[in-house]
Design a protein around this ligand. Structure first.
Ligand SMILES: [Zn+2]
Length: 140
C-alpha cells in the first residue's frame, strides 16, 4: 500500500491509500479519484515522497565489526549450538518458518537463507526468527 498526498484543482489537499503507483494511475485516469471536499476529479499527486505503510517500514539492522577473538569464539559456539539442534532448510527458510509458525508442520529449529523480501514478509506475518550471528570468516 502506498499513501499519496493529492492536490485537487480547487486547492484542497487530501491523502488516500492505493495498492500501488499503477493503481493510482488507473483510478486517476478513470476519474475515480475525487476530492472528498469538493468532488472534483481534476486532481494530481502532490510533490512529495510517498509514505510507506507502517508494515513496510524497514527496520535498521544492528551490526558489529572486528570482534575480539574471544567474542568470535563465543559467537562460533552459539552458532554451533543453534545449527547442531536445527535442520538446515537452505533457501526454503521463509517457507518452512511460515509453515512452523502457522502450525502446518512439526515445530522444530531450522536455519537457512532468505532474501530481504522474504524477511520482510516473515516480519509482516509475525513469524519469529533471528539472524544467525555472523563471523569474520563468513565474509571470506
Ligand atoms: Zn477539492
Amino acid at each position: 500500500m502506498i499513501r499519496y498526498a493529492i492536490n485537487c484543482a480547487g486547492g484542497h489537499r487530501f491523502e488516500a491509500w492505493f495498492a500501488s503507483a499503477r493503481s493510482f494511475d488507473l483510478q486517476h485516469e478513470s476519474g475515480a479519484v475525487a476530492c472528498p471536499e469538493c468532488g472534483v476529479t481534476d486532481v494530481e499527486k502532490a510533490l512529495m515522497a510517498p509514505a510507506l505503510a507502517a508494515s513496510e517500514k524497514i527496520q535498521p539492522v544492528r551490526l558489529a565489526a572486528n570482534p575480539p577473538t574471544e567474542v568470535a569464539e563465543a559467537i562460533r559456539t552459539i552458532r554451533k549450538q543453534l545449527t547442531d539442534n536445527a535442520e538446515y532448510v537452505g533457501d526454503r527458510f521463509a517457507t518452512e518458518a511460515r509453515k512452523i509458525h502457522f502450525e502446518e508442520t512439526e515445530k522444530r529449529g531450522i536455519y537457512g537463507e532468505a532474501n530481504s523480501q522474504d524477511v520482510r514478509g516473515l516480519i509482516e506475518d509475525g513469524v519469529e526468527f533471528h539472524p544467525l550471528p555472523a563471523l569474520p570468516e563468513d565474509h571470506n
